[in-house]
Ligand binder design. Structure first.
Ligand code: NAP
Length: 544
């Protein structure tokens, strides 16, 4: 532990705590900080709360997590009074839920909207963070808690002529609030990740023509969504303790945990029966409830990938189109599995066309549409479902400066460096909630962030109790954590595929290298670890 000038000369900040972001994470963090009786302000760039669920209003936006595992678990009263209408609820319902939570816990008064933070600088003299908003306001705080979202920095393709298009165009993240008239329109969509898949299956029967520009297909599997009837609602509400206990035990924080049987120890006939069962069951079971070695062993993975390939062949009428939809560059589950509802059947419609832009790359966007290396297409509307500068992108968009003028963006230039995904050496009192290398970014988000938020609230309370003013990761502990995060990548086939899990994004300069973005050691191990270091008086952190 070291002594700093902050101990003796720290002035009163505008707010003891500032939280950036009013999404799932920021909302709960605000509630916990208020419970501690601290003075807190939440700044949000948008004009309303909800984060992901405020922005992503595209047709078909909905959970891939079971709704009843996505609600907060911290309040039994809240769990009992809220009824999810479907097993996998759609965006409007989730946004209503989050607004309900804000009203119930009286949080709105502490939130400032249209308040985009442009810069945050740690003032070493006084031990405070100085923030600057896009509209020119300056604020100070002691603790800066970032709840800025892991998928909130949307990226459009780096293509010539993007602004020249005369029709309507937008990224799915910025889908307009006013209804978009699709009837009879010639629509293009670029991107076939989880977002593109949801949009394609939802609008195929609403547009005139839909042309899908696909670079690399993904392995998609049925969501098998259904409404929750009254009987089931009663059962769910009576079983929340068991549901959350189950989520606490699984590596991904979902109700689906891996089957611990060795893939090779099960007969071919029984494997097939098991997989048919998974394919017909709701949610991520097919991915996260599979034999564990399907995600770690090349042979097991190849066999299951072939099982899914045959499903695609069985659902798509045109064999050539079916083959275009089957990934050849990665095995099932090594990238995030998009969950679908009649997605493959959309390609059986005469008004839906698939263009393989790996073979015929997009040259540019023209005033009339899209020009590839072998054709020019005309459209009324172009939808960019081209993803995000994931996890670190939202940090990079804020000019964050720590001790000795060090920029966070420079420190993370070749990939993130953190301690437990919660803190960064050189950036005292900055808590990177839902930041890179923590467990919340690789697991069912609400259970993941609840642990991170609770840990942060406990840390701040502990500091108050011991009259500490500053917390900062030690470089040694940070290095050890990053090594551990890297090691965990070696235990899964995820490291073999280019995706946001491995830090790739062709639309961002410099993001064409492997970056270790998430923690793959599993949520239970992660929780155990951060609980243990808290018990050991925050071992690995300098408190002063
Ligand atoms: P994504 O998975 O990164 O997919 C982006 C898509 O755009 C990919 O198909 C990519 O092709 C394509 N693309 C990007 N730039 C391109 C370019 N210049 N030219 C051609 N194609 C280009 O992004 P996302 O679909 O928005 O999903 C991101 C994450 O959000 C998901 O993994 C998931 O975690 C989350 N999400 C969740 C839900 C849910 O819970 N229900 C729904 C939607 C999204 P390549 O594959 O070749 O790079």
């Amino acid at each position: 532990m070291s002594s700093t000038s902050a101990e003796t000369s720290s002035p009163k900040p505008d707010s003891e705590v500032i939280i950036i972001g009013a999404g799932v994470c920021g909302i709960y963090m605000l509630h916990r900080i208020l419970k501690l009786g601290l003075d807190v302000t939440l700044l949000e760039a948008g004009d309303g709360p909800g984060g992901t669920w405020h922005w992503n209003r595209y047709p078909g936006a909905r959970f891939d997590s079971e709704s009843y595992t996505y609600g907060y678990s911290f309040s039994k009263e809240l769990l009992q009074e809220w009824s999810w209408s479907e097993h996998f609820a759609a965006q409007p319902e989730t946004l209503s839920y989050l607004k309900h939570v804000i009203n119930k816990f009286d949080l709105q008064g502490h939130m400032q909207f249209d308040s985009q933070v442009k810069a945050a600088t740690f003032d070493e003299e006084v031990g405070l963070w100085r923030l600057e908003t896009a509209d020119g306001r300056n604020l100070t705080c002691r603790y800066l808690l970032t709840a800025i979202g892991m998928l909130s920095a949307a990226t459009e393709p780096r293509l010539e002529g993007l602004d020249s298009f005369k029709g309507e165009s937008f990224h799915t993240y910025n889908w307009p609030r006013t209804p978009v008239d699709l009837k009879g329109k010639k629509v293009a969509i670029i991107g076939t990740g989880a977002t593109g898949v949801q949009v394609i299956q939802s609008i195929a029967d609403k547009v005139g023509e839909l042309t899908v520009f696909q670079r690399r297909p993904n392995w998609c599997a049925p969501l098998n969504n259904s409404p929750i009837d009254d009987n089931e609602q009663v059962k769910i509400k009576a079983s929340y303790d068991e549901i959350f206990a189950r989520c606490q035990k699984t590596p991904g924080g979902f109700i689906h945990g891996p089957d611990r049987r060795d893939f090779a120890s099960v007969s071919a006939e029984d494997r097939l029966a098991f997989w048919e069962d998974l394919y017909a069951s709701p949610g991520f079971g097919v991915w996260l409830g599979n034999f564990r070695d399907v995600l770690t062993d090349v042979e097991a993975n190849a066999e299951f990938s072939e099982f899914i390939a045959n499903k695609i062949r069985g659902r798509v009428n045109d064999p050539a189109v079916a083959e275009m939809l089957i990934p050849t560059d990665h095995g099932f589950g090594s990238r995030r599995v998009p969950m679908e509802t009649h997605y493959y059947e959309a390609y059986n419609r005469p008004n839906v066309h698939l263009v393989n832009v790996s073979d015929t790359p997009i040259d540019k966007i023209t005033p009339k549409g899209i020009k590839t290396s072998d054709a020019e297409y005309e459209f009324d509307l172009i939808i960019y479902a081209t993803g995000f500068d994931a996890i670190t992108g939202a940090f990079d968009r804020i000019d964050i400066t720590g001790k000795d003028g060090q920029k966070l963006r420079s420190k993370w230039d070749k990939g993130p460096i953190t301690l437990y995904g919660m803190q960064v050496s050189g950036f005292p009192n900055l808590i990177t909630l839902a930041g890179p290398q923590g467990a919340s970014v690789s697991t069912n988000f609400p259970p993941g962030i609840e642990s991170a938020v609770d840990w942060t609230a406990d840390l701040i309370q502990y500091m108050g109790k011991h009259d500490y003013k500053q917390v900062e990761a030690t470089p040694e502990a940070e290095e050890a954590w990053v090594d551990h995060v890297k090691e965990m990548y070696g235990h899964t086939l995820v490291s073999t595929a280019k995706s946001w899990f491995t830090g790739y994004n062709s639309n961002v300069e410099g993001h064409d290298i492997l970056r270790h973005m998430v923690y793959f050691g599993g949520a239970p191990k992660y929780r155990e670890r951060i609980a243990q270091i808290a018990e050991n008086d925050y071992e690995g952190f300098d408190l002063s």
